[in-house]
Ligand binder design. Structure first.
Ligand code: P70
Length: 470
């Protein structure tokens, strides 16, 4: 694996190609619906795509989380699940895979990413401490706040501008971090919370230069650096492509080098690692590990299954290895870019450059006539569903929620609708359907009237909120 960056057949002959390194063995039929069906379904769902039944959806781009297709090897692995309550052989296989590919010493399995976020937040944050991070993520920030932490956004300014084409819009602005530490002191910072890639910024990557500089900064101030490794494999692809000195290194080598700059990581394995369920937490510090291992038995399950079946851990161990293959990552991001290029040719406003897991449509630019509290991104998601049964996700003011102190809406600069591409699931023809539908909705943009929120749950409101058309 070392040093060898593979090429597709087309690329070996100088042709442009991102074609997949697999073929399809099993298919899942989809149902075609009519406009009237979709109008009814959307009304029943309170104009919230999270509340649609998936049977009413044609192309499901709600999320890339747990929606990927497992390989024949992963399915075969499911058959060798060891469902022992304690000491399952599949746990040791998972532990070995995480140690080998990510390089951390101590592993705690969890049922998914937020289970890991909960544990690390409870163990590593004292009430009133700051948690600086490269943009918020919904579940991450909520767990940090529930543990008494105060989230502080220290991402570079470029991340908040959809049109800015900088190559590493996920980087931490060290000046902002320095200022926070200068004002409050290092002891009031729980840890630096670094995500690679940055979901809410549009799947934007962090450079190796930035994580190295962060390591140096954290060492100087005695602050820990923890990583959200959920889409680190995709981040590694952008480093390989864009950062000087990395073109000849494999995805696996880059992942390892990145992790080596951090003190630990949490993971939603439902993304990069190609499983339908699963996550983990990993740290190098032995005493922190003991604490986490004790907490996991309270909230998730015994420390050798963490809320998972043995077979799930086996599929994850195999999926981690598959996710590190250069051919896989190139075709995965190649497909996302293919859709991005079609949309760009038609002048559709979206976050640039296109990130690793999704296209993020710029709903403000679609609907300049709508104020942010008329929910432009939610409106755009609803219109896409009505047009062709495509399910997208709001990533704007609804997702941002309310300020923990003032209770008012957070008004994020980015008001986006995410078309998230599941791994190894849809074809190029599906991407064409999506592009044409986005174009049709864009052409009809002047008629959009916006939405009013009529039900708002207390936590993570975007999942269950309901809306009426204005
Ligand atoms: C998504 C999913 C999950 C996620 C993530 C990052 C960078 C942690 C997690 C949590 C699912 C989702 C979650 C909240 C709102 C909408 C959708 N992201 N870190 O679709 O992991 O879901 O396994 O608990 O992206 O982006 P988990």
């Amino acid at each position: 694996m070392s040093g060898s960056v593979h090429r597709t057949m087309g690329q070996q002959s100088g042709r442009r190609s991102w074609a997949e390194p697999w073929k399809i063995k099993m298919v899942e039929p989809l149902r075609m619906t009519r406009r009237g069906d979709r109008e009814r379904a959307l009304a029943e769902a309170g104009h919230n795509t999270f509340l649609l039944r998936s049977d009413d959806v044609y192309i499901d781009l709600l999320t890339d989380s747990g929606t990927g297709a497992m390989s024949d090897r992963q399915w075969a692995g499911m058959m060798v699940g060891d469902e022992a309550y304690a000491g399952s052989r599949n746990f040791y296989r998972l532990e070995e895979a995480i140690q080998r590919w990510y390089g951390y010493r101590h592993i705690v399995p969890t049922h998914q990413g937020r289970g890991a976020e909960h544990l690390i937040s409870q163990a590593a944050i004292r009430r009133g401490q700051y948690v600086p991070g490269n943009m918020y993520f919904t579940t991450t920030r909520l767990h940090q706040e529930l543990a008494g932490g105060i989230f502080a956004d220290v991402i570079v300014d470029a991340a908040h501008d959809p049109a800015d084409r900088s190559p590493f819009k996920g980087d931490v602005d060290l000046g902002k971090l320095e200022k926070l530490v200068g004002e409050h002191g290092a002891s009031s910072v729980a840890y630096v919370s670094l995500a690679a890639t940055v979901n809410m910024a549009g799947g934007q990557p962090v450079s190796m230069g930035n994580v190295r500089a962060l390591r140096e900064f954290c060492d100087r101030h005695g602050i820990r650096l923890f990583l959200d490794a959920t889409r680190l494999v995709e981040n590694a692809f952008f480093i390989q492509e864009r950062e000087p000195g990395y073109a000849g290194k494999s995805i696996a080598e880059i992942v390892r080098e990145f992790c080596d700059c951090t003190d630990g990581a949490w993971m939603s394995a439902k993304k990069d690692s190609l499983v339908n369920i699963g996550g983990w937490l990993a740290v190098n510090d032995r005493s922190l590990f003991e604490e986490l291992r004790n907490l996991v038995v309270v909230y998730e399950g015994l420390h050798t299954y963490g809320g998972l079946a043995g077979r799930d851990m086996e599929a994850m161990a195999i999926g981690i290895g598959e996710s590190m293959e250069d051919d896989h990552v190139r075709s995965r991001i190649g497909q996302v870019r293919y859709l991005g290029e079609l949309l760009e040719d038609w002048g559709i406003p979206m976050v640039q450059p296109v990130g690793g897991h999704a296209i993020f449509l710029d709903a403000r630019a679609f609907y300049p006539q709508l104020a942010q509290d008329q929910f432009p991104a939610q409106t755009l998601a609803a219109e896409l569903y009505l047009d062709s049964g495509i399910r997208a996700m709001e990533r704007g003011v609804v997702s941002a929620g309310r300020d923990a102190v003032t209770g008012g809406h957070h008004y994020p600069k980015l008001e986006l609708t995410r078309l998230t591409i599941p791994r190894r699931v849809y074809t190029q023809a599906h991407m064409d359907v999506v592009a044409e539908s986005v174009k049709a909705v864009f052409d009809g943009r002047a008629a959009a009237r916006g939405l009013r929120m009529v039900y708002e749950p207390r936590y993570l409101r975007f999942f269950q909120a309901r809306f009426d058309p204005l």
